[in-house]
Design a protein around this ligand. Structure first.
Ligand code: APR
Length: 311
């Protein structure tokens, strides 16, 4: 019997719930929010789609954390999304308060859960959820790398015309300015990216990937991206529930890998029922390794901002 709870029934949360339900990979998906009626209404709507889509997973919409009790995985999407011109840092204070209270409720009802954080600013919110929960750090991790890698893959596909499924793209580091795309490990139709695109074009795609979220925020005017983000978060929950041992780019706690420790950073990690089973160290070019070390320093500095907030 597997159970996943998604906290926040907004765009990101509800789309994540819908994907998990339609994939039919868990027995029960619980969706909760502070807005009364919202998760219940969305759950009813989703459940009524099952005869058409052919899936069976039931979605429970609720405002009561008691319904989330005993979850194997809890995904935290609760919080405000970025508005145009707003940086992830602007979100820090308001979302920190939300993530703190949500985490306390999760721990009360699902003391053995794996927590996946998606609320921005991602690095700080993942750190905060880990601290507040008191869970071992491997049981709390964040979503960013799958999304950034899949954005990068999309841009490579658009530029080369190659089949999207033939592209392997890798990004590490932090979600945002200090994201570290790793062109040396990207492949198109099994060829190194550098054999397919010239360095200037790769740099342009890297830049667009780094600003991928802001590009969508600018177009939408209200709210931020959620289709690709929800695919990433749902996929991570699936890997935990299925104990798949897949190697995925996630925001994981570092314990000396790449010479970096005591910080949540975007790396490739093996994901299973315990959350992050191990961080996988890749062979990076000197430039990429430097970028990762710089991202770690930047995240550590940002995390210090949390101490300034009166939670
Ligand atoms: N508990 C539960 N739900 C909450 C809480 C709380 N304490 N506070 C806010 N919420 C809910 C809101 O009621 C809303 O339904 O979180 C939901 C957020 O939904 P949206 O505004 O649609 O935002 P969304 O696009 O889903 O983004 C959520 O993900 O990508 C990040 O930056 C984004 O931090 C943002 C988060």
């Amino acid at each position: 019997m597997s159970k996943v709870t998604v906290v926040g029934a907004g765009k990101y949360g509800s789309t994540t719930v819908q994907r998990l339900a339609e994939w039919d990979v868990v027995d029960e998906v619980v969706m909760t929010d502070i807005v009364e009626g919202l998760p219940q209404g969305l759950a009813l709507d989703m459940n009524q789609s099952r005869p058409v889509t052919g899936h069976r997973t039931l979605v429970v919409g609720t405002n009561d954390y008691a319904d989330s009790a005993g979850s194997d995985v809890v995904i935290i999407t609760a919080g405000l999304p970025r508005k145009p011109g707003m940086s992830r840092m602007d979100l820090l204070e308001v979302n920190a308060k939300i993530v703190k209270s949500v985490t306390e409720d999760i721990v009360r009802y699902s003391p053995d859960a794996v927590i996946i954080v998606v609320t921005n600013p991602l690095d700080q919110m993942t750190t905060l959820a880990a601290e507040v929960s008191g869970f071992p750090r491997n049981r709390v991790f964040g979503q960013a790398g799958i999304l950034d890698s899949s954005r990068f893959a999309h841009f490579i596909s658009e530029k080369t015309g190659a089949d999207i499924q033939s592209i392997e793209a890798v990004t590490l580091g932090s979600h945002g300015e200090t994201m570290v795309p790793v062109p040396s490990l990207c492949r198109v139709d099994d060829k190194p990216l550098a054999e397919v695109l010239d360095p200037g074009t790769i740099d342009d795609l890297v830049d667009r990937t780094r600003k991928g979220g802001a590009e969508i925020v600018g177009l939408l005017k209200t709210g931020s991206a959620y289709y690709a983000p929800s695919a990433a978060a749902a996929y991570m929950a699936k890997a935990v529930v299925e104990n798949s041992a897949e190697k995925l780019p996630v925001c994981a706690w570092m314990t000396g890998e790449y010479g970096i420790d005591d910080v949540y950073l975007g790396v490739i990690a093996e994901i299973g029922s315990g959350g992050v089973q191990r961080v996988v160290e890749l062979e990076l070019t000197d430039e990429e390794a430097t970028g990762l070390a710089e991202a770690a320093v930047a995240v550590k500095e940002k995390v210090e901002d949390l101490a300034q907030i009166d939670l």
